[in-house]
Write a protein that binds this ligand. Structure first.
Ligand code: ADP
Ligand code: MG
Length: 484
């Protein structure tokens, strides 16, 4: 049967999305593939297909850093009739052991795990009882020290792969520069073997626009202007919760009903707002960029950045959440060069805390559960003697510890639990001077892109990802040039 017929039979879709068929064809010949496809393009289908439509498959292993999405990914696979499960630190020990025993017994065709799982006692042994038909590395850019989201556990995946007998490998990412692509291939030990499939990166329906503003007041004015034309479903991103709150008050006063989503909201309210965002006809959401990951709302018509993001990778990934349904959509970045760059520079500084700081922070989280559940981030700030509300070192430290695999998300009032103290080796990697220089460079390129009024915005981003294209015709620069 043809791939297309299998698609129809198992997934009820008539057509492949760009890149899907090509990737599946390569995998069918045993060729490892790095698939670079934008968010929402249908990367999950690639491993689901191998789990569902290939009768020779024993186990498809999907490695992902995003614990918060695993339940959802598993549910989606189960809805497709795939015997799927996940194993990560959010499960009780009992539940985890139950799933591991079932796995060893040959149950499950699709398994989602976090990369740190391979280092846990007994896990590799259980996997060795199965044939890994596909080793899928989701969010593969996390493997690269030069990516914006490096995770040390990812760096060990080539060892894991080798220990599992070099199974057929599929790396997936929505965001990787040419440099990071090379790094992924190399880190997986697949130089000269892995094919890079970059497709569907073009977003012809997405118009990118940049507006310069001075100060928050002007930014808010610009935002209000965007909102006044009733744009439909809208997401507005903020780097700082404090700014989000201010703007939220301002636009409420002007009569714009909206939802919010950020780390300082209690978990139940976050859940409620997310539900309303999915349900309302044309919601307006003010959020930090963590909102949107894995959210399936294809009709986002307007996506606003209220500050300049730290890199073109982050920007493109975030703005790419608009217009997944293919209908005309607008991305608007409203930026204040001086203020935004200084915020980003502070983020970079906070993002590079001293080893002692990370260790102390970890110890507090490990040992002061009751006080944390009571006082949350504020308690941590006090303990680390940061009284200033605008000091985000503690928040940033918590995020780093999570990325390093030292903390895991939890359902407790303080939403993280301690797993493993950060090692000196981890911290040293994190604090490598080249890495910092690279992050600074990314910010600089982001700023240059914003200030450039000569080249098509979309094609500049795509060429940053190693993809040459014609001018898009719909960004502010192209429109200006066509008018002239
Ligand atoms: P991502 O690339 O971000 O991981 P997903 O795999 O979550 O994206 O897919 C986004 C949506 O696209 C899903 O709801 C999925 O069902 C849908 N989808 C995937 N492939 C196809 C296809 N060939 N035709 C129609 N819809 C598809
Ligand atoms: Mg995905």
């Amino acid at each position: 049967m043809s791939l297309k017929a299998l698609l129809k039979q198992h997934f009820s879709y008539d057509e492949f999305r760009p890149g899907q068929q090509e990737t599946l064809e390569l995998l069918a010949t045993g060729t490892p593939v790095l698939a670079l496809m934008p968010t929402g393009a249908g990367k999950s289908l690639l491993y689901q297909f191998r789990a569902k439509a290939d009768p020779t498959t024993d186990l498809v292993l999907v490695i992902s850093p995003l614990i918060s999405l695993m339940q959802d990914q598993t549910t989606k696979a189960r809805d497709l009739g795939i015997e799927a499960t996940f194993i990560n630190s959010s499960l009780s020990r009992e539940e985890r052991e139950k799933r591991m025993a079932q796995l060893a017994d040959g149950k499950y065709k699709l398994l989602f795990v976090t990369p740190e799982r391979f280092g846990r006692p007994g896990f590799m042994e259980i996997l060795s009882k199965r044939k890994i038909s596909l080793f899928a590395v989701d969010e593969a850019h996390c493997i690269s020290l030069w990516g914006h989201d490096f995770r040390p556990d990812y760096a060990k995946l080539s060892e894991v792969r080798a220990a599992l007998g070099n199974p057929l490998t599929l790396a997936l990412t929505a965001t990787a520069t040419a440099e990071v692509q090379k790094d992924i291939v190399k880190s997986l030990g697949l130089e000269d073997q892995m094919q890079i499939m970059a497709q569907g990166l073009e977003r012809p329906n997405l118009s990118l626009n940049v507006e310069e503003a001075y100060g928050l007041e002007e930014k808010t004015e610009a935002l209000l202007k965007e909102l006044s034309v009733k744009p439909g479903t809208t997401i507005v991103y903020f780097s700082l919760i404090e700014t989000l709150r201010k703007v939220s008050q301002q636009i409420s006063r002007k009569g714009f009903d909206h939802l919010t989503y950020h780390g300082d909201l209690p978990a139940d309210l976050r859940r409620k707002n997310l539900k309303n965002f999915m349900r309302d006809e044309s919601p307006l959401m003010l959020a930090t960029p963590a909102f949107g990951l894995g959210i399936d709302r294809p009709d986002v018509r307007l996506l606003v950045h209220m500050e300049i993001p730290g890199s073109l990778e982050s920007y493109f990934q975030e703005v790419g959440r608009a217009g997944r349904d293919g209908k005309p959509s607008r991305g608007v970045m409203i930026y204040d060069e001086e203020q935004d760059i200084s915020i980003q520079m502070e983020f970079l500084k906070w993002g590079n805390p001293e080893a002692a700081f990370l260790k102390n922070l970890y110890r507090l989280i490990e040992t002061r559960r009751a006080e944390l559940d009571q006082g949350g981030m504020e308690f941590l700030r006090e303990q680390m003697s940061f009284k200033n509300r605008r000091d985000y070192r503690v928040d940033s430290g918590v995020n780093i510890l999570e990325r390093l695999g030292c903390l895991a998300k939890s359902e407790d009032p303080f939403p993280w639990v301690a797993l493993e103290a950060p090692s000196d080796e981890m911290i040293a990697m994190e604090r490598m001077p080249e890495r910092l220089k690279n992050l600074n460079m990314k910010l600089l390129l982001m700023l240059r892109w914003a200030k450039d009024e000569e080249f098509c915005r979309m094609s500049r981003i795509l060429s940053y990802f190693g993809h040459e294209t014609k001018p898009c015709g719909v960004c502010d620069v192209c429109r200006e040039n066509f008018d002239a």
